[in-house]
Design a protein around this ligand. Structure first.
Ligand SMILES: Cc1cc2nc3c(=O)[nH]c(=O)nc-3n(C[C@H](O)[C@H](O)[C@H](O)COP(=O)(O)O)c2cc1C
Ligand SMILES: O=C(O)C(=O)c1ccccc1
Length: 356
């Protein structure tokens, strides 16, 4: 099935409230729409006769090697979409050689997610996404869980000082997980009574000092997710981040920001190769992956397409999504004469409303 067909099937079979939770964005959903539309304004300028008989699309990232430059972005609550939840996503990502970013808001605990990935492929790469908690001992407890599970990098989400206002969820009364589901990584954290589940933390009081404390508490590489301003990318590098993820959270936070891909060049220029720059938001085709790499991304994350695959057909559906993006990217790279990811360069992209 194509990505479109998987999305259509997911929409047909999902409870509409759950569908809206995944599909929706903040405010008037301008940024949600723009993330995808922005890719339509870019075109590639292929190079010819480059003599690359073979292609290698693998990518070296902090603590992980990906078979291709497409990662599974961290998304909440996979068991709402399929009974196997994050286990199915983990098996699919491992089988396709895609780096999986499992999240704080997972409905399967990080240890079980990593186990599912490693039962599929012994050295499968899994990163853990977390938010900083105002109480450092809580952040540290989460870091220990990720380390003990075998995660090889952390991704700290910084674009949610408060939760985005999502009109669909507010209208649907979707404010929490339904009974029978839990954010399993939030169990038994310091300061809470035994067995208790704590809310996913969000705090506008957090600062780079809290980020520094996280770095001091772990030897794992830490990437910063949710950067749009080049000055923040520079701060992330100065504070010791191992990577920067250009992202507007899939249009689910501030509804008055640019499309993620439109922020990529400036961030990549500021970072100037010191750490890898990643991008997520609106990546729907292999050619989108190629545009992002040409604009300076080392790799891209995909959020909703993975969730549509999961809802439509569990592990097999997620595999189809990842395989289609990988094949489409490899094909575009071939059409551009490239033999590897770094053969896509900024001079090979033009932007505008055309004609080019
Ligand atoms: C249903 C859903 C849940 C998400 N949950 C999280 C989360 O818990 N933490 C986080 O950092 N990002 C979260 N995101 C954002 C994704 O990591 C990513 O930035 C976004 O989905 C990329 O855009 P795309 O869906 O257009 O690919 C979520 C996105 C969706 C759609
Ligand atoms: O939906 C999201 O975008 C998201 O980031 C999130 C985080 C924690 C719990 C639920 C959703």
């Amino acid at each position: 099935m194509t990505l479109r067909a998987l999305h259509d099937r997911a929409r047909r079979i999902l409870d509409p409230v759950r569908y809206d939770f995944v599909a929706g964005g903040a405010g008037a959903e301008r940024v949600l729409a723009d993330n995808e539309r922005a890719f339509d304004r870019y075109r590639l300028l292929p190079r010819v006769l480059r003599g690359n008989a073979r292609r290698d699309t693998s990518v070296d990232l902090p603590g992980a090697r990906g078979a291709g430059p497409v990662l599974v972005a961290p998304t909440a609550f996979h068991r709402l979409l399929h009974p196997d939840g994050e286990r199915a996503t983990a098996r699919a990502a491992a089988a396709e050689g895609a780096v999986l970013v499992t999240g704080l808001a997972a409905t399967v605990a990080v240890g079980e997610v990593v186990a599912a990935a490693r039962e599929t492929v012994a050295d499968a790469a899994v990163w853990f996404q977390l938010s900083l908690h105002p109480r450092p001992e809580v952040t540290e407890a989460l870091v220990r869980r990720a380390e003990q599970a075998g995660c090889t990098a952390l991704v700290v989400t910084v674009d949610a000082p408060v939760f985005g206002r999502r009109a669909r969820d507010l209208r649907n009364g979707f404010t929490d997980l339904p009974p029978g589901y839990a954010a399993e990584n939030m169990r038994d954290l310091p300061g809470a009574p035994p067995g208790a589940l704590t809310d996913i933390p969000m705090s506008p009081a957090l600062s780079w000092r809290d980020f520094d404390a996280l770095l001091a508490a772990t030897a794992l590489p830490v990437l910063v997710k949710g950067v749009l301003h080049p000055a923040d990318a520079l701060l992330a590098v100065a504070h010791g981040a191992a990577g920067v993820v250009v992202s507007n959270h899939g249009g689910r936070q501030c509804d008055t920001v640019p499309a993620a891909v439109d922020c990529l060049s400036a961030v990549a220029g500021a970072v100037a190769g010191r750490v890898p720059v990643l991008l997520d938001g609106g990546v729907r085709r292999g050619s989108d992956v190629a545009v992002a790499l040409a604009l300076g991304a080392a790799a891209v994350g995909v959020g909703r397409p993975v969730l549509w695959g999961l809802a439509a057909d569990g592990e097999a559906g997620v595999r189809q999504v990842l395989a289609e993006l990988r094949d489409g990217y490899d094909h575009t790279l071939a059409l551009c004469g490239g033999g590897g990811n770094t053969d896509l360069t900024p001079d090979m992209v033009v932007r505008g409303d055309g004609p080019w």
